[in-house]
Design a binder for this molecule. Structure first.
Ligand code: NAD
Length: 505
């Protein structure tokens, strides 16, 4: 599935190979729990070898990758973008089979990844050259230049494997770093393919290294490794803070993109016309259930004005019931399976806890009947709407990462804002209102890294992505997403050197 059917999925210093221990792992197709591909199960020694290769490539001679021009690096990124488009169908299929998402979502991901490579290629060329600063004297030339940070350890999650990898790999390469990437052990295949494309595009040996394997030990070893200069992690709050603590203790640069529990605030005025009502319901459905809710920015909390709740939730539940489940590669399928048995168990436990805490089940709340979904052995769960929810419930507070939409209500604008901000996370949120002034007022008060007005989910490579609160540290994408991968260096040049005479003797 990764392009060639081999378990040599570790790439270190320009060589594809198996794990040093010989260990392997079966990567499963979540639609039927069969084995998609056997990959190398790397260990700490593979992580060490990969870091050593990345360090050697970084420290290499005058012609080494960190010392190439921004133009050369941009050209390589553009070649990678072209190769991604050449392999678009193949990669979309890999991503769909590995994560369970629909083939069309896989295609969108490949296009978004291509755009990320092109965006960072353009940005680094435009942003290179340094910034001359006024030192207050004609005898001084003072300039701030950018340099790569060094060896980057990049850790990615299973839900958008290639997309999350590209938000790290493209800026890391654009700025001249070398890296070791560790994709999720659940969905590593598209990242293996990406590294093959980097090699094909002409990246020198040792610049891009990949170790397939588990968070413990591979991710943790990368977090702790003394020769890693930058640790960039996307994943859950618990593993992210643990890995981040290990990285911080070594005084590395650190970036964490963590979870979200994202509010979708709908005012009654958004539903005043039939068209507005239809749009708000449709967007709420998309916000919560695309990719079966396995999206960090999923609009999993519907916060709706009390006066329209009954009509809105009834229509939402009616439409959620009709979402077609099945293998993501099948024509007409709208939602694939959850990624694993573990994820399915987690979702079932959240629904059980919500019902025990008094939520009203409006639809879903169970696995589909075997006769209603093909293949019947997949990790499917029906889109679920839970009404009558409140902040005291675990299902409202915690990220479920599944097709569960909770409904809370408000009667005033202040109450809507208070509810929307009442989360330890702060990744994304939306407000739907026909009153532009109100929508902007509320958007300004939301403590979330991305806020949509009358829309949900779009993002732009040129706009920063990341979270307030426990959704993380730092930003990806945009100019800040490039800056994360470079050091600033101030070069102060005295054009007329003279003695200082600070000391009299
Ligand atoms: P996860 O935290 O279980 O795993 C993420 C990655 O971290 C994997 O590669 C895993 O092997 C590795 N890992 C686990 N423990 C580690 C450790 N101790 N040290 C180093 N690495 C370790 O997350 P997941 O289940 O793969 O992904 C889902 C999570 O990712 C959700 O919380 C979701 O919100 C988040 N996510 C966030 C964003 C964002 O942009 N903020 C994007 C996508 C996903």
């Amino acid at each position: 599935m990764s392009g060639t059917e081999t378990s040599e999925t570790i790439h270190v210093g320009g060589v594809w190979r198996a794990a040093a221990s010989g260990a392997t792992r079966e990567v499963l197709d979540p639609a039927d729990a069969t084995t998609l591909q056997v990959v190398a199960e790397g260990g700490a020694e593979d992580a060490d070898a990969a870091v050593a290769a990345a360090k050697a490539a970084f420290d290499g001679g005058a012609g080494a990758w960190p010392r190439t021009s921004a133009g050369e690096r941009a050209a390589l990124l553009r070649r990678v973008a072209d190769l991604l488009q050449r392999d678009r169908e193949q990669i979309a299929l890999i991503e769909s089979r590995d994560t369970g998402k629909t083939l069309e979502e896989g295609r969108v991901d490949v296009d978004d990844v291509t755009n990320a490579f092109r965006y960072f290629a353009d940005l680094v060329v435009n942003e290179s050259g340094g910034r001359v600063v006024d030192a207050g004297s004609p005898d001084v030339h003072s300039v701030v230049v950018h340099e790569p940070v060094g060896v980057c350890a990049l850790i990615t999650p299973w839900n958008y494997p290639l997309l999350q990898a590209s938000w790290k790999v493209a800026p890391a390469l654009a700025t001249g770093n070398t890296f070791v990437i560790k994709p999720s052990e659940v969905t590593p295949l598209s990242t293996v393919h990406l590294v093959r494309l980097l090699v094909e595009a002409g990246l020198p040996a040792g610049v891009a290294n990949i170790v397939t394997g588990a968070g413990l030990p591979v991710g943790q070893r990368l977090a702790e490794h003394p020769d890693v200069d930058l640790f960039s992690f996307t994943g859950g709050l618990v593993s992210g803070t643990k890995a981040g603590a290990a990285a911080v203790s070594g005084a590395k640069k650190i970036a964490l993109e963590l979870g979200g529990k994202n509010p979708n605030v709908v005012f009654a005025d958004a539903c005043a016309t039939d068209e507005g009502f239809d749009t708000a319901v449709d967007q709420a459905l998309n916000a919560a259930f695309i990719h079966s809710g396995q999206v960090c920015s999923a609009g999993a909390r519907l916060i709706i004005e009390e006066s329209v709740r009954d009509r809105f939730v009834a229509e939402l539940a009616r439409r959620a019931e009709k979402i077609k489940l099945g293998r993501g590669t099948e024509q007409g399928v709208e939602c694939g399976p959850l990624v694993s048995q573990q994820q399915l168990d987690k979702v079932e436990a959240y629904v059980a806890s919500a019902l025990a805490e008094g939520a009203n089940l409006r639809c879903g709340g169970a696995r589909p009947e075997p006769s209603d979904v093909r293949p019947a052995t997949g990790y499917f769960y029906r889109p679920t709407v839970l009404d009558g929810c409140h902040r005291g419930m675990k299902v409202v507070r915690e990220e479920t990462f599944g097709p569960i939409l909770t409904v809370e209500t408000f009667t005033t604008e202040d109450e809507a804002v208070t509810l929307a901000n009442d989360t330890e996370y702060g990744l994304a949120g939306a407000v739907f209102s026909a009153d532009t002034a109100r929508a902007r007022r509320v958007a300004a008060r939301l403590r979330h890294g991305t806020v949509w007005i009358n829309d949900y989910h779009p993002y732009l490579p040129q706009a920063e992505w990341g979270g307030f609160g426990k959704s993380g540290i730092g930003r990806e994408l945009g100019p800040t997403g490039l800056d994360e991968y470079r050091e600033s260096k101030h070069v102060y040049e005295n054009l007329r050197p003279q003695p200082v005479r600070w000391f009299a003797g």
